[in-house]
Ligand binder design. Structure first.
Ligand SMILES: Cc1ncc(COP(=O)(O)O)c(C=O)c1O
Length: 425
């Protein structure tokens, strides 16, 4: 952990000075100061329409259309900024993508989706309904007889779903409830090999990286994925989202969804109808700078290695408290992976069941009444995943979720545990 200076990290987030414990980061993170500075600078100094020939417009065009995609490409390890699209949200990016692929979808094509956050499932379900395609679910299952809610996605349950008609495989790199990381590279390699063996002609893979991006380095080239999306507002940036679309796929499979007279055939703008929030796109360029500042190596991979190692110090005490035999006896069940380790991020969800169950909202209510700590209950739009849990839990109540990132501290975790002790013993 020599490379990780938590005091320096926290100095980038003025809101942390208040002492408030931000523990709903899978909902949205705090914004790094450098990002805010850029947004302010854009609005105060270069807030004009893009694409004109006068000097300020040239500067703002450069900030939004060049610096924005160039910096975002680094966060995907994309080969070119021409593979990057911005839009208001990840949900909208997936919708735009599905619209762009629509012309090439045949009746009976098969789409495999998960029960994870609806953004990377709903767009495909709606496209399937429009074109007569078939939806198949890759479900999360438990292998732990002591905890049926300790579910995860397993490759061996995905492969039997693949057939000669598989066209799209859409899944999350990390669950926003379970906290578990899917081995994306391994999954995609297995999907491609299996699809080829079964005679599938064209399979494209869409990876939701929204819950992954704050914690791990995305590498679209190494993963061999066609599409990847994340939301900057969960990665220390502003409310805007960014999508990677492989350039070969942009040319072969994607139809333009922008005005007919715009010449966008060679780049991802064909999936970007209307302008993105200019100041937010420019603001997002501060995220790379912030991440590079965390470790002396000035290298994104090393930054995320340091983040992953540090985050284990947050995961371990919380999981060890929640999975202690006394808590198990009390009815506490982790929804997700029960063990700390690099295959998990500090997004920790649980329910309290058994003889003396507690509603998730009532647990969170205790935190809210005390004040000073923000955690949350619900299904977090991973509706199908939560609804599929068996034995059933109340979908309108969902799970309690404590979601931490690398600017949280062990002291904060201990304060959270103190309150949990008052509720759960
Ligand atoms: C895993 C995951 N995917 C997608 C989304 C949707 O992102 P957006 O709000 O940018 O549409 C979220 C937001 O919570 C998420 O956690």
């Amino acid at each position: 952990m020599a490379d990780f200076d938590i005091t320096k990290v926290r100095s980038n987030f003025p809101a942390l000075d208040s002492g408030y414990i931000f523990a709903d980061n899978a909902g949205g993170s705090q914004v790094a100061r450098g990002v805010v500075d850029r947004i302010t600078d854009y609005l105060l100094n270069t807030n004009v329409q893009l694409g004109a020939d006068y000097s300020i417009s040239v500067q703002s065009t450069q900030r939004v259309l060049s610096q924005g995609p160039t910096e975002a490409a680094k966060l995907f390890n994309a080969a070119s900024p021409d593979e990057i699209v911005f839009s208001g949200s990840s949900t909208l990016n997936f919708e735009n993508l599905a619209r762009g692929l629509e012309n090439g979808i045949q009746a009976d094509d098969e789409f495999i989706v998960t029960g994870e956050h609806e953004a990377n499932a709903g767009a495909w379900k709606k496209l399937a309904a429009r074109r007569g395609a078939i939806i198949k679910y890759w479900k999360a299952t438990s292998l732990n007889p002591e905890n049926p809610y300790s579910v995860s996605l397993k490759i061996e349950e995905l492969l039997p779903l693949i057939s000669s008609k598989t066209r799209i495989v859409a899944f999350t790199a990390c669950s926003n409830i379970l906290g578990s990381i899917v081995p994306v590279k391994e999954v995609i390699a297995a999907v491609r090999a299996d699809a080829k063996a079964k005679g599938a002609k064209k399979v494209e893979v869409s990876v939701d990286c929204v819950a992954y991006a704050p914690h791990r380095f995305i590498d679209v080239q190494d993963w061999d994925t066609d599409f990847a999306v994340f939301s900057f507002y969960k990665v220390y940036g502003p409310h805007t989202s960014v999508m990677y679309v492989r350039s070969a796929v942009l040319k072969e499979s994607v139809s333009s969804i922008v005005h007919h007279f715009l010449d966008v055939e060679e780049n991802a703008y064909k999936l970007q109808p209307g302008g993105p929030g200019y100041e937010l796109v420019y603001g997002s360029t501060g995220v790379v700078e912030y991440l590079l500042s965390i470790t002396p190596a000035h290298d994104l991979r090393k930054t995320f290695d340091a983040i992953a190692a540090y985050e284990q110090t947050l995961i371990t005490p919380l999981l060890s408290y929640l999975t202690d035999p006394a808590r198990r006896e009390r009815g506490v069940r982790i929804v997700g992976d029960e063990k700390p380790g690099l295959s998990r991020v500090p997004t920790i969800s649980f329910v309290v069941v058994g003889q003396n169950p507690l509603k998730s909202k009532d647990i969170v209510k205790v935190f809210d009444a005390k004040g000073g700590i923000g955690i949350r209950w619900g299904h977090f739009y991973a509706y199908t995943l939560v609804d599929d849990l068996s034995p059933k839990i109340d979908i309108d109540d969902g799970v309690v979720r404590i979601s931490l990132v690398h600017y949280n501290t062990v002291e904060e975790v201990n304060k959270i545990i103190e309150i949990l002790k008052e509720i759960l013993g």
